[in-house]
Write a protein that binds this ligand. Structure first.
Ligand code: SF4
Length: 389
């Protein structure tokens, strides 16, 4: 794998997201224990039409060309998913998809996805074996089907991403899942930290100390693994990386220096610190991320057109049927407040890492009802807290 890939260009997150997650449908044949979407069997008749999808792609171009991830439910449940991929690629977007591993995803479907222009296929693996994975997905045979999909993706040269939600049930499987990811020749392992929305129950959640230990193991993996490693809903991974792989004193000085401008949400500070990380670490584009977080470089569009800061933060800031997605992202008070680290509360508000991390806003909302509250899945307590910018 090329570890000297050029970093993605700097994006002004007050103007454009880096990543757009688009829930094409909520229909899905699975019934996973942690499903944020509470996916259902049937498609919602109120889903965006193909014409509305094409119009949305036109509107999204005003952001430049953010990375587009088609998700669900199971996005493949929409028969026009291939047309949407083709149109998005025609418009110049880079498109990834997260289908559910069901018999709907056949070898022919994978070939068609590749022909349509898809650049990456993300498959969820929540255990290293059928017993662990299928119990979580609540459908027997899901693991076997996932393996078939991964085989076909390799056959057709479609790069693979593996997504794993770490919960109590699979915490002990970290090393064996990492081996699985390597064996499947995935280019990226995205480790999801549970947010208790949708069907996800608090009993599944790990503790803050367990999360800390897990993030440290992930950081070590970025040194040794042949694939990139990223966290989802755990921006504190950046804190761990800075602590482990930079001159912590120099980084802290940068992080606590007075911010010259509030308009970039501290992006340049985060960029300066993250750029100190060794380019040989398998971080993918994470190194150059300007602290992507809910509503800050990240945008979610629901199957009915609601615009949210992320899939795990289910507050609608408006609907694309009534308002431009561009003005919602740039001007809505919800999005603007999520991009202002000076508004953070609790220990995140007084933490030196609030600009490069800021904690999961979705988890803060899920647990307290206040999206600006502290992220309780972080065990860090900044005892040398610094003046707010
Ligand atoms: S306290 Fe909040 S901002 Fe600081 S590292 Fe933890 S999650 Fe991030």
């Amino acid at each position: 794998m090329d570890t000297n890939k050029p970093c993605p260009p700097i994006v002004d997150f007050s103007r454009s997201p880096f990543l757009v997650l688009w829930e094409l449908t909520r229909a899905c044949a699975l019934a996973c224990q942690h499903c944020r979407a509470k996916a259902m069997r049937q498609r919602n008749p109120e889903e965006l039409s193909e014409i509305e999808c094409t119009k949305l792609l036109e509107d999204l171009k005003a952001f430049g060309r953010p990375l587009l991830v088609l998700t669900g439910g199971d996005p493949i449940q929409r028969p026009d998913a291939f047309n949407i991929i083709q149109e998005a690629c025609h418009q110049g977007f880079t498109v990834a998809m997260t289908p559910s591993a069901t018999p709907s995803v056949t070898r022919d479907v994978i070939a068609k996805l590749k022909d349509s222009g898809l650049t990456r296929l993300a498959i969820s693996i929540d255990g290293p074996d059928a017993e662990t994975h299928d119990a979580f997905r609540r459908v027997a045979g899901s693991f076997t089907w996932s393996k078939s999909i991964l085989n076909w993706a390799r056959e057709f040269g479609l790069p693979i991403q593996i997504n794993t939600t770490m919960c109590r049930h699979n915490l002990e499987c970290f090393a064996s899942i990492a081996e699985f990811v390597e064996h499947e020749q995935a280019v990226l392992w995205s480790v999801f930290f549970l947010v208790t929305v949708g069907r996800a129950r608090p009993e599944l959640q790990i503790t803050a100390d367990q999360a800390e230990a897990l993030l440290r193991r992930m950081a070590q993996l970025t040194v040794t693994a042949p694939f990139d490693v990223k966290s989802t809903a755990a921006p504190q991974f950046r804190r761990i990386l800075i602590e482990q792989f930079t001159n912590i004193e120099e980084s802290t000085n940068k992080l606590t220096a007075p911010c010259k401008s509030k308009c970039d949400s501290g992006s340049s500070v985060g960029q300066a610190v993250m750029s100190k990380l060794n380019p040989k670490l398998h971080l993918g584009s994470l190194r150059s991320y300007q602290s992507v977080n809910d509503g800050k470089g990240l945008l979610f569009i629901s199957h009915t057109g609601d615009v949210q800061p992320s899939g795990f933060l289910p507050i609608s800031a408006g609907n694309i049927r009534e308002e431009s997605v561009v003005s919602i992202y740039r001007d809505n008070v919800l999005f603007k407040s999520l991009r202002d680290p000076s508004l953070l509360k609790g220990k995140c508000g007084s933490c030196r890492y609030r600009v490069v991390c800021g904690g999961s806003r979705a988890r803060a909302y899920g647990e307290s009802g206040d999206y600006l509250n502290q992220d309780n899945l972080c065990s860090f307590q900044d005892l040398k807290s610094n003046p707010r910018r």
